[in-house]
Design a protein around this ligand. Sequence first.
Ligand SMILES: NC(=O)c1ccc[n+]([C@@H]2O[C@H](COP(=O)([O-])OP(=O)(O)OC[C@H]3O[C@@H](n4cnc5c(N)ncnc54)[C@H](OP(=O)(O)O)[C@@H]3O)[C@@H](O)[C@H]2O)c1
Length: 271
Amino acid sequence: MKPLRRPTNRAKTTRTARIPLAVDGKEFAGRLAVVTGGSDGLGRDLVGALVKLGADVFFCGRTRQKGVAVARALGRRAHFVPADLSDNAAARAFVQEAAAFKGRIDYLVNNAAIDPRIEFEQATVEDFDRLVAINLRPYFVVTQAALPALRRGAGRAIVNVATTNYLLGLSPFTLYNASKAGGIGFTRSLARELGPSGIRVNCISPGWIMTEKQLQEHASVQDRAELVEAQALKFLLTEEHVTPLTLFLLSGCAGGITGQNVVVDGGKFMQ
Ligand SMILES: NC(=O)c1ccc[n+]([C@@H]2O[C@H](COP(=O)([O-])OP(=O)(O)OC[C@H]3O[C@@H](n4cnc5c(N)ncnc54)[C@H](OP(=O)(O)O)[C@@H]3O)[C@@H](O)[C@H]2O)c1
């Protein structure tokens, strides 16, 4: 006869592997990460950090030459796949190539985006559709394609990259911010849907980060001075201030954190 089970109204607690006290990076060794848009800026820095920590990283970008050069510089664990994420089939093929490598995906970072400055009155429907196709739709297409492999993975963490730009209502970024703000709603609802399977979904919102491209193309000397003036911390932020946050959210140290949006902007926007 089966023993009777005592009824309980206590919520089920799930014991996971011992939670590390600090992100020492050891858990990334031998794991597989997918980073969209890893051939430049924040994505490139993250790919480099994950590779250094011993992970295999699949990353994509539209420009073959740039991606191949980054992969070559980082060594055999950096795998570049040329793919334009606005092409759904290409986005799925990129994810499938990554998943096939080890039969699983441990981490996914939805990072790729474009940030054109477009005055609202000059914007066209084509501009809007392009921003949605590159900045918003891939959160869905890439994540859905990665999900079966993420369920087989050990890392079980997704980080979506948004921006403080939409929190601050900066201009001329109305279309960009409409596309990026969607990432927050996407993160929160998906975190709830995937929580029961132990997959965490978080978002990071960087402020203005002085990547090579921002320094060369956008951030004038006056912009930089005004930015530092507006921040609580009186220095400019670079990729090195963003990558550790992403690593933390991917890591077991953040095992109890999901559905959150974490701002890294030197204290310009305070919620
Ligand atoms: N830098 C900042 O100040 C800042 C601030 C807030 C938020 N963010 C966010 O942080 C993320 C990274 O920004 P970033 O400044 O590092 O950008 P970035 O330097 O312009 O790099 C963007 C990366 O995405 C790739 N990419 C762009 N469109 C793509 C497409 N259609 N398909 C596939 N790959 C594509 C680019 O490669 P290809 O050009 O070869 O396609 C590149 O590797 C973005 O989500 C951005 O919104 C950045």
